[in-house]
Design a protein. Structure first.
Length: 455
């Protein structure tokens, strides 16, 4: 049995039966058998199922939000935001799927016509993270189902109940039980899934696990997508409004208790407005309510995985030892449960773990820079490349900088933002492949080339 514990209180919520290798194999075989009939349905029937699923989310939003908060410690208002945000993503996929996978006539020389069709991949495995289980789960699940695939979904062991809610609502909406199949468990269940006959593997999680999965899949020659971590930088230029930038970046660093793949993790500020920026940043962070995630006023909730507290402690100790200035926080908060004080450092540099390795918690460093060239060099001095931002009144100068940053998404005067209309992808150690946008629908299909010559 898998024990589900509330990370804010350490209380046992529930025990859930885990899948073992035999059950994973049986479920994968059933999904393979069920997929062709699902793919053969008219697209509108699959759309109808997804729209009923959306209705299920709306009807049960409060229950789903409170389960999410209890099992991973996200503040309840942010759990509701995630579920409300999911509705817009579903709408985007539903509106765009027909055009995204329509046959394309691309050539005709009078005797031979050329056409592209989009076939489903087949059986898609999805190994998912806990930090936004509805967003990152449904970025794969919804377009994969709409395009005619069967999905074997392994939610994170820290978001199991939310994964089971997704399954229950999809089944109630008419998706056959063998077409959408949840798998319960941790790394062992994930490993068992890798051993099955699957047509594609979509993974969202840490870089370390992503590399292990890529190694395990190396000889399998199936489509592999990896959405991994980040160390996302943002630069405040000399012409920015320091208060506006500070409020926006404090939110980007601390939202979801700093546990977003696109959390702001490094801040560079022009020396001319550095001190004023730091003052506003600190005031904003100190105004955030920390504590019980079920309280609607709470902004900073629990650290989901207890092990992450050690990572945060190590980054804080390393920064202090190397001369950083601790402005607030820097320590665990009393238990039970996993809580960390929002932590802000200035006087940081790239010798420090805090400015190099993913923190994944409410901990941030602010570094003073001399201008655009230094900021650009520092932003690109990292192995990750998920998002990056510039705060400035000058759009042309910002776009020149952002064009040179190695990141899948770039932001002008905003941060920590994901849109269903734009592709979500990483450079470098942030991964390979993408979700969202029309490309993130087509990625669940195999383009087939048709050469049609008249007799
Ligand atoms: P994780 O790597 O610990 O776990 C991810 C999933 O992999 C879980 O379901 C886990 O059970 C499974 N798993 C673990 N070991 C496995 C193995 N050997 N074989 C198969 N499966 C295995 O990551 P996490 O803690 O769930 O998520 C946090 C990380 O995810 C952060 O680094 C964050 O930045 C990243 N993330 C990235 C994105 C993105 O879009 N790029 C989105 C959300 C989270």
């Amino acid at each position: 049995m898998l024990e589900i514990r509330n990370p804010a209180t350490a209380e046992l919520i529930q025990r859930v039966a885990q899948d073992d290798a035999a059950s994973v194999t049986a479920k994968a075989a059933a999904a393979r058998a069920a997929q062709p009939a699902w793919a053969a349905l008219p697209l509108q029937q699959r759309i109808d199922c997804i729209q009923r699923f959306r209705q299920g989310i709306v009807s049960e939003l409060d229950t789903l939000a409170s389960t999410l908060t209890r099992e991973m410690g996200k503040p309840i208002s942010q759990s509701r935001n995630e579920l409300n945000g999911l509705l817009g993503r579903i709408d985007f996929f539903v509106e765009q799927v027909a055009a995204s996978v329509a046959d394309e006539d691309v050539g005709d020389d009078g005797s031979t016509r050329e056409r592209i069709s989009h076939q489903p991949l087949g059986v898609v495995a999805n190994i998912s993270a806990w930090n936004y289980p509805y967003f990152v789960g449904c970025n794969v699940i919804v377009p994969a189902l709409l395009t005619g695939n069967a999905v074997l979904h392994k939610p994170s062991e820290h978001a199991t109940l939310s994964g089971l809610h997704i399954a229950r609502l999809l089944h109630a909406a008419g998706v056959p039980a063998d077409v959408f199949v949840p798998l319960v468990g941790a790394g062992d269940t994930g490993r068992a899934l890798l051993a099955q006959r699957i047509d594609a593997l979509f993974f969202t999680g840490s870089h370390a696990t992503g590399v292990r999965i890529a190694e395990a899949m190396a000889t399998r020659l199936v489509k592999l997508q990896l959405e991994l971590g980040g160390k996302d930088p943002s630069y405040v230029r000399a012409d920015a409004d320091p208060k506006v930038a500070a409020e926006s970046l404090a939110d980007g660093a601390m939202y979801n208790t700093g546990q977003s793949c696109c959390s702001v993790e490094r801040i560079y500020v022009h020396r001319d407005l550095h001190d004023g920026f730091v003052e506003h940043f600190l005031a904003t962070v100190q105004g955030m309510k920390v504590g019980d995630p079920m309280d609607t006023a709470t902004y900073i909730g629990a650290i989901t995985r207890a092990e992450q507290l050690d990572v945060l402690d190590a980054q804080v100790a390393d920064a202090k030892a190397k001369g950083a200035t601790l402005l607030t926080g820097g320590h665990r908060l009393g238990g039970p449960g996993n809580h960390y004080a929002p932590t802000v450092f200035s006087n940081v540099n790239h010798d420090m773990l805090l400015m190099r390795e993913e923190s994944f918690g409410p901990v941030i460093g602010i570094q003073k820079v001399s201008g655009d060239d230094e900021a650009l060099a520092l932003m690109n001095d990292n192995r990750y490349g998920l998002t990056a931002g510039v705060y400035s009144r000058d759009e042309a100068a910002s776009r020149r900088l952002l064009a040179q940053v190695d990141a899948g998404s770039v932001y002008w005067n905003c941060c920590d933002r994901v849109s269903p209309r734009l592709p979500w992808s990483g450079h470098g150690d942030s991964g390979v492949g993408l979700t969202l946008s029309r490309y993130g629908i087509q990625t669940f299909t195999r383009p087939k080339a048709w050469h049609l010559r008249k007799p």
